[in-house]
Design a binder for this molecule. Sequence first.
Ligand SMILES: *[C@@H]1O[C@H](CO)[C@@H](O)[C@H](O)[C@H]1NC(C)=O
Length: 230
Amino acid sequence: MFRPVHYFGCFLLFVASILLVITTISAPIVNSISILRVDLAQNSSSITFGTFGYCVLNSAEGGDWCTGRHIGYDVSNELVRAESTGFSEAASNTANGLTNVMVLHPVACALTFISFLIACGAGLIGSLLGVIVAFIAWIVTLVVMAVDFAAFGIVKNDVNGDGTGSVASYGSAMWCLLAAFVIQFFGMVIVFFTCCSARRQKNRDRAVAEPKNDYGVHQKKSRFGRWRRN
Ligand SMILES: *[C@@H]1O[C@H](CO)[C@@H](O)[C@H](O)[C@H]1NC(C)=O
């Protein structure tokens, strides 16, 4: 009864980890996947900000130009050049500082995938460990999502508010992260409840089976044969 639901919960954890892969491989790994995308008004270029850096799509040099891959990078540098309106020092320091935390994208991804493996591999009863790992992964996702919205919220407001006509909007990596966060939650809750219900069921069966053992009858017939103790 619980088993198909349990596997659906596992499947959701798998889907969440795939979505987190997409966020992790955002620019400069895959140029066009962005957390925040800025379409410049002054020329036909766009800037895509990702987990480990950013890219300028259709740059003046022809083709895309990307930064190296770094933990933490300078968000404001390129924008100040492109927008020529500048950032407040505080806003730029905050946004730049927060990019260091984006290394948690792959961490959340790995933890979610591990929780999927445990929850799926350990079976119904043993998957409580999977739930614990899923919960930690979910907290990490929550933290890094809050950081992304904070850092790129600053940039987005600045770009959209400076009157240059450039447009900043959240990109697919951000929406994948948000979707992963929601899907992870449901996966975790489903695995938790199927796991606990199965445990309770097993204990109930054991309570029914044990008095019979006092009479030396080794009978373990339970309502659900597959949860018999052996
Ligand atoms: C547009 O401007 C940005 C910022 O100055 C620059 O990096 C980019 O190469 C420019 N693109 C074109 C096609 O000139």
